[in-house]
Design a protein around this ligand. Structure first.
Ligand code: GLY
Length: 258
């Protein structure tokens, strides 16, 4: 939620704008809990194309916890938010001066309006607790210049967010490519044979690379090992355990960033 509230990130307040100059945000959360006999239970929630909640990931969690559904979108998601006690805001409150300025600059740019610029800023997190329960969440304003109604990977379980008994993952980057390769689902599946670090590097290089797409991923496995990788210009990563907060600037995978 703090990252959604921080206008430096493309999520919540400070989200990028659609071609119509509006905010439409996506978020998802997935949780794996172990039952009393060690059985695995997964649940998930997602909010898509929402424009009137400050913290879409909170809405995604409420959808997971309080409805029989996985995803709600747009006006139906707003109606549910109100019923769930999540305050609605005016969408203008989420639009920063910087986001409006970048939108205006893009409107003036000649060139292909159908191209999607490589500008990201999605926020994501993966956590494991001392009982081995794992959660992953992702939140974004999407990509600048998107057509209103476009829903990206951050709302899609398996693409931008995924958790199983093996571990959890959250992705950032070119949403369309991430959906096409089910990036987080594939990365978590790879944990059966690979460390999180290898799985992160491998999935970015072999799945996003062929699509000429930019992206990044953070992974935590069931042993609480951490992995991350990206092929974009930059990705910031922070790790936190009971004693230590560490912040990294992560270099892109060699040979993948043009
Ligand atoms: N990965 C964010 C988006 O494409 O919407």
């Amino acid at each position: 939620m703090e990252l959604e509230d921080n206008a430096l990130f493309n999520a919540g307040t400070g989200s990028v704008l659609t071609t119509a100059g509006t905010v439409e945000m996506d978020a998802s959360i997935m949780v794996m809990k172990r039952g009393p006999a060690g059985e695995v239970r997964v649940s998930a929630g997602a909010a898509a194309a929402v424009s009137r909640v400050k913290n879409p990931v909170t809405l995604a969690r409420a959808i997971m916890e309080k409805t029989p559904h996985v995803m709600l979108a747009a006006s139906g998601a707003h109606r549910f938010a109100r019923r769930a006690g999540i305050a609605l805001c005016r969408s203008e409150e989420l639009i920063t001066a910087g986001a409006r300025q970048r939108w205006r600059a893009r409107q003036l740019q000649p060139g292909d309006r159908n191209s999607i610029p490589a500008m990201h800023g999605t926020v994501g997190a993966v956590a494991i607790d001392s009982s081995g329960n794992i959660a992953a969440g992702t939140s974004t304003g999407g990509v600048p210049g998107k057509i209103p109604g476009r829903i990206g990977d951050s709302a899609i379980i398996g693409a931008g967010t995924f958790v199983s008994a093996r571990g959890g993952a959250s992705a950032t980057g070119s949403g369309e490519a991430i959906i096409l390769v089910a990036l987080c689902r594939e990365a978590v599946a790879a944990l059966s044979e690979q460390s999180p670090s290898t799985a992160a590097r491998h999935t970015i290089a072999t799945l996003l690379g062929p699509h000429q797409a930019e992206g990044g991923i953070v992974i935590v496995d069931h042993k609480a090992r951490i992995g991350f990788a990206h092929n974009a210009a930059a990705m910031q990563v922070a790790t936190f355990d009971s004693t230590d907060l560490r912040h990294f600037w992560v270099a892109p995978l060699a040979g993948t960033h043009s």
